[in-house]
Ligand binder design. Structure first.
Ligand code: HEM
Length: 422
């Protein structure tokens, strides 16, 4: 994660601690937050003297100018859960966000859980941090008339309208809030979700959820998706602060409301793969559909099975698309032309889902496509180009939505979206 100093951040005395616990549903979380902050905190890596790997002891810092779970290298498991907010007014909404903050702060640090309501014990006596990140994003509907927030809506935030080939199921789309949970192990995510539900006591109603994973590298490097292609190669360097500022993080003093600085637009699309159809496509054609080699992940011009996937695709000497077809996935996503330069870079942080059986037959495997960008319009322009891609017959986008991932929680006095709510 790229950490930055507070730029125009809130001072701690703007957030009186006494205002912290107002509603009954807050009580457990407040206790949890305090335990996490004041000792009983995370186990540290060195304490794992038994030499066990994956013991759940890794901690990803929760506080920062940006939320974790965006520039953070993707952990092996993920859950995206969407909720509708049920509270009556802005005061209760603020309480809910304080409650979510305290819960996220505790779960990501680990420690002894509060006694009320009792922890479910899934992670043992002491909650392990397990590289958990908790990332909160807001949907457009939160800015309707209910909480008087419409004038503070992120400028480009809209409801995701179906693209030409989408098969959107409204029950699996949008929502007031999106919580992205990522960790080393799935039990940590289930525990986190149960904990959030228990401690927010009906203030949020679950709407839809996608559980997913990052496949391990086969054999090395970038993981493969269910189509067997290395996926996630061309991506902005998340360790380069200038790149992230340019492409991902909303900057202060722009057309966006001031509170959004440090946040980013998040897009989630659950995309079913038609693998029966895909299996009938010869390898050479599959490669032309994606515009990269399948075994190596290298650009089309390198035929060697052991070619490097770090080679850059180059289209200047291939204007007709004889090597990399003009309607291939990578070439439409990023055509490398002056006209598309401003709409060709997003930060992809996708996962693979593996649900039970597809009601329409076969396995329900697909992509929890997730990306972050400073401007939502960048994504919309890119996806509009991809309406013409050769991959269309093999995918079926069924859910997801557009959200705004709020700026980071600066310190123990701050809470999610404080600048929006105050
Ligand atoms: C079924 C869903 C998708 C699959 C299976 C998929 C797969 C891939 C693969 C295999 C690559 C090439 C390797 C790499 O650079 O990572 C790639 C590249 C890329 N994809 Fe996707 N993708 C999907 C959806 C999307 C969507 C919805 C977008 C954005 C609207 C997108 C944007 C990109 C971009 C920007 C690149 C890099 C292009 C470049 O600069 O070379 N992808 N994708």
């Amino acid at each position: 994660m790229t950490h930055k100093g507070p730029r125009g951040g809130w001072s701690s005395d703007e957030c009186p601690a006494g205002a912290f616990a107002r509603r009954a549903f807050l009580q457990g979380t407040v206790a949890a937050g305090l335990v996490g902050a004041a000792g009983g905190g995370p186990l540290d890596h060195d304490a794992d003297t038994a030499g066990r790997k994956n013991a759940g002891t890794g901690t990803i810092p929760f506080h920062g100018y940006h939320q974790a779970g965006i520039a953070t290298p993707p952990q092996p498991t993920g859950t995206f859960a969407s909720f509708d907010v049920m509270v009556a007014d802005r005061t209760e909404l603020t309480d809910l966000f304080r409650s979510l903050t305290a819960e996220a702060r505790f779960l990501t640090a680990g420690g002894m859980p509060p006694k009320t309501p009792p922890d479910d014990g899934i992670l043992g006596l002491q909650v392990v941090p397990d590289d958990l990140t908790f990332t909160l994003a807001l949907g457009r509907t939160l800015f309707d008339g209910r909480y008087g927030l419409s004038s503070r809506k992120p400028a480009q935030l809209v409801t995701m309208e179906p693209f030409r080939h989408d098969d959107l199921n409204p029950a699996m789309a949008q929502g007031d809030l999106l919580i992205q949970l990522c960790a080393a192990h799935r039990d940590t995510l289930v525990h986190a979700l149960l904990s959030v539900l228990a401690r927010t006591g009906g203030a949020m109603k679950p709407r839809w959820r996608i559980d997913c994973q990052r496949n391990p590298p086969r054999p090395v490097g970038i993981p493969r998706d269910w189509f067997g292609f290395k996926d996630g190669i061309s991506n902005p360097d998340t360790t380069d602060a200038a790149t992230m500022d340019q492409l991902v993080w909303v900057q202060p003093h722009t057309a966006e409301p001031a509170w959004t600085a440090g946040g980013t637009y998040q897009v989630l699309r659950s995309i079913h793969f038609n693998l029966d159809k895909w299996a009938k496509v010869p390898l050479a054609e599959q490669e032309r559909i994606f515009g990269r080699r399948k075994a190596s992940g290298a650009p089309m011009y390198d035929l060697a099975d052991n070619a490097s996937d770090t080679l850059d695709p180059i289209y200047t000497n291939d204007p007709q698309g004889l090597v990399t077809p003009l309607n291939s996935h990578v070439r439409l996503a990023n055509p490398q032309t002056p006209q598309t330069a401003a709409t060709s870079a997003i930060l992809r942080r996708s996962y693979d889902y593996n649900l039970t059986l597809d009601p329409r037959g076969g396995l329900d495997l697909g992509h929890a496509f997730c990306c972050f960008q400073r401007e939502l319009n960048t994504y919309i322009a890119m996806q509009t180009r991809l309406e013409g891609e050769a991959l269309v017959p093999f995918i079926s986008p069924r859910g997801g939505g557009y959200f705004f991932a709020v700026p980071g929680v600066r310190d123990e006095h701050d809470y999610y979206a404080r600048g929006l709510l105050t």
